[in-house]
Design a protein. Structure first.
Length: 146
C-alpha cells in the first residue's frame, strides 16, 4: 500500500498507487483521485486505466493530468485548478513519488494567489520540497494578485 501524505485537510499526495490501493483511499474518505503520472514511465507501474476502473467501481472521481519529467505547463496547472475546484471532498493526487503531484498542487494554488512561503511550509511538512519551482510560484502568485 502507498503512503498518503497530507498537504491540507482536503488534498493529499502519494507515491504510485495500485488498483488495490483505491479501496484504501475510499476507506480513508477520498472522493477523487488525480493521476499525475504518465503511463509506461516504468515497466512495472500500474496502468492508469486500471486505477480509473477501480475508482469508478467504488464511486470515486478520477482525473488524469500526466506530468512527465520535462516539467509543467500552463494547461496542466489549469487542469489541476479545475479538478481541485470540482472535487466534492478529499483528493488524493499521485505520481511516482508524490513530488510531481505536490509541485502541481502548489503551482495550482499559487496561480490562485496563494502565498508561496506558506505553500512551501505546507509541502515541507508533508516531506516535499518546492525549491525547484520557487521562482515560478512567486511569479504565478504575484500575477494572480495583480
Amino acid at each position: 500500500m502507498s503512503e498518503f501524505h497530507r498537504l491540507t485537510d482536503t488534498v493529499w499526495a502519494s507515491p504510485q498507487i495500485t488498483p488495490a490501493d483505491v479501496s484504501e483511499a475510499k476507506a480513508q474518505g477520498f472522493t477523487m483521485l488525480i493521476n499525475n503520472r504518465p503511463d509506461e514511465e516504468e515497466d512495472d507501474q500500474p496502468e492508469g486505466a486500471d486505477i480509473a476502473k477501480a475508482a469508478e467501481e467504488l464511486g470515486l472521481d478520477y482525473v488524469s493530468i500526466p506530468v512527465s519529467h520535462t516539467g509543467f505547463s500552463e494547461p496542466q496547472i489549469v487542469a489541476m485548478v479545475e479538478a481541485l475546484d470540482k472535487a466534492q471532498g478529499k483528493v488524493l493526487a499521485f505520481c511516482r513519488s508524490g513530488t510531481r503531484s505536490t509541485l502541481l498542487w502548489a503551482l495550482a494554488q499559487a496561480s490562485k494567489g496563494e502565498d508561496p512561503a506558506s505553500l512551501a511550509a505546507t509541502a515541507q511538512a508533508a516531506g516535499y520540497n518546492l525549491s525547484p519551482i520557487a521562482p515560478t510560484l512567486d511569479m504565478l502568485s504575484a500575477k494572480a494578485r495583480e
